[in-house]
Design a binder for this molecule. Structure first.
Ligand SMILES: Cc1cc2nc3c(=O)[nH]c(=O)nc-3n(C[C@H](O)[C@H](O)[C@H](O)COP(=O)(O)OP(=O)(O)OC[C@H]3O[C@@H](n4cnc5c(N)ncnc54)[C@H](O)[C@@H]3O)c2cc1C
Length: 451
């Protein structure tokens, strides 16, 4: 090591870690900052978000999910070491031990990502039970389908479960989704979740709600054969886990880095650890804050991981930056059924102590007479009295989900429903009715407010 230059060590070579490394490199050249990225897996810079679409054959080539290869990073003087697990962090000494080597650091970025939740269900480790977290999981599920799997059970009704269900349906499997909650997409209100549940049923997905899994049943060879709940047993050749994601903090927490109330690493808005200022954390392993409630939250999404990594990289590179927080904006789809949400749902608004109104409208995604106009339902939640926008949810056909971004932007900007209702959104028949359904929803809820 050239002792004249600083060394940045990054643990985790995906969205957050590599965004941090790339941004730090943009701001400090190799003569000033050495950058070493440790990635335990065989690949770095891969899109976990794309795995369901690879399983579903929408994306046929696995390599398309890899954004940048180690040679791209080498060309930027970033020493990306795949297959290299960080085994220990010594915060007092400022070292990371990996592959038997003790690496000193001046700055450390912890970007160890998320850990799929695995409740203690008998049989969860059986052959035929798959996560959908890493590219290897996608390869295993594809292999099981190619080997003739016909029936799949997906555990969990969050967006990962729904996307996995869609993928397997596209591959011609019979799909059952088993969830403990009363409805899929627990981050939606009941009336909107019911639309999702019905839509999935209409597609031929068997949705079994309010059924915590008791056991994964296996055959004499230890291979999965059914999923058992209190209500029944669902035969299958394949089980896919979509039970949620927790932060992967074991390495950092064992070292003594402070963990926040959500169980994720406690950082300030510059992504700097609140206990060790020379250490940064970003992505699925890090805690953040909700802009509407001000509460600490852990929301594991790639969009946050990239931005937080960039913030950490900027600060390490000497350019001030702050992560602006989150409002829980997310989109997904099951076949032609699109789902979007942002801000607070009614349960969250109640929990946060808001006196609120909620109105749902139905409309179409294009002018009613225009071919391909699809149904769309939009629910808007506002603070009673002020009319301040607190949250919104969308369920509808193609062209629906991304409309959530307009509502997210309005919430982000602190707008009222009345202000949004009067705002200048575009119109032409192939894109929306004269009044976009977003404007209609905002107008309806503000009219109720005015009385
Ligand atoms: C199926 C699926 C679909 C998704 N779809 C979306 C979507 O549509 N939109 C969205 O915004 N988000 C989506 N996400 C979430 C998104 O993929 C994650 O939020 C994002 O990948 C987080 O990035 P990260 O860098 O924090 O963590 P990760 O991507 O988990 O990367 C962390 C890396 O750290 C490595 N690592 C961990 N511990 C060590 C160690 N001790 N030593 C060395 N390396 C280590 C891991 O191997 C891993 O490669 C999806 C996730 C999944 C699983």
């Amino acid at each position: 090591m050239n002792s004249a230059r600083d060394r940045l060590v990054v643990i985790g070579g995906d969205a957050a870690g590599l965004s941090a490394a790339a941004q730090a490199r943009r701001l400090r050249d190799a003569s000033d900052l050495e950058i070493v990225v440790l990635e335990q897996g065989p690949e770095a810079s891969y899109s976990a978000c794309g795995i369901p679409y690879w399983i579903g054959d929408v994306v046929a080539d696995r390599d398309r999910l890899i954004a940048r290869t180690p040679s791209t990073f080498a060309a930027q003087d970033i020493d990306l070491r795949t297959g290299t697990r960080a085994d220990e962090i010594d915060l007092a000494a400022g070292t990371v031990t990996a592959a038997g080597e003790r690496l000193g650091y001046d700055r450390l970025v912890v970007a160890t990502g998320g850990r799929p939740l695995r409740p203690p269900i008998p049989g969860l480790d059986a052959a035929g039970v798959h996560g959908v977290h890493r590219l290897a999981d996608g390869a295993e599920i594809r292999a099981a389908v190619a080997a003739g799997a016909r029936r799949a059970v997906v555990l969990g009704g969050g967006y990962i479960g729904l996307e996995a269900a869609e993928a397997l349906l596209e591959r011609g499997l019979e799909v059952t989704v088993v969830l403990a909650d009363p409805l899929p997409m627990a981050q939606l209100d009941t009336d909107m979740g019911e639309r999702v549940c019905k839509g999935m049923g209409d597609m031929g997905i068997d949705v079994q709600t309010e059924q915590p899994v008791r056991e994964i049943e296996v055959d004499a060879d230890g291979v999965v054969k059914a999923v058992r709940t209190d209500a029944g047993s669902y035969p299958c050749d394949l089980v896919v886990l979509g039970l949620g994601m927790g932060p992967e903090v074991r390495l950092a927490a064992d070292a003594g880095l402070r963990v926040g109330v959500t169980g994720a690493l406690d950082v300030d808005r510059t992504q700097r650890s609140r206990s060790h200022p020379e250490v940064f954390a970003a992505g699925d392993c890090a805690q953040t804050f909700h802009r509407v409630t001000g509460d600490a939250v852990h929301i594991a999404l790639g969009t946050h991981a990239n931005k937080q990594g960039r913030v950490a990289g900027s600060v390490i590179g000497g350019r001030p930056a702050r992560f602006a927080g989150v409002i829980g904006t997310a989109v997904t789809k099951v076949r032609d059924l699109e789902i979007g949400r942002t801000g607070l749902c009614t349960g969250q608004a109640r929990e946060a102590g808001y006196d609120f109104r909620a109105e749902t409208i139905e409309g179409t995604t294009k002018a009613g007479y225009y071919p391909g106009a699809e149904q769309i339902a939009i629910k808007v939640i506002t603070e009673r009295g002020s009319g301040l926008l607190l949250g919104a949810q969308i369920v509808g056909g193609p062209g629906s989900a991304k409309r959530i971004d307009v509502l997210a932007t309005a919430i982000w900007a602190g707008m009222t429903a009345e202000e949004l209702a009067g705002s200048d959104l575009s119109y032409a028949p192939p894109f929306s009715p004269t009044y976009d359904p977003v404007l209609v929803a905002a107008r309806v809820v503000s009219r109720v407010e005015r009385g």
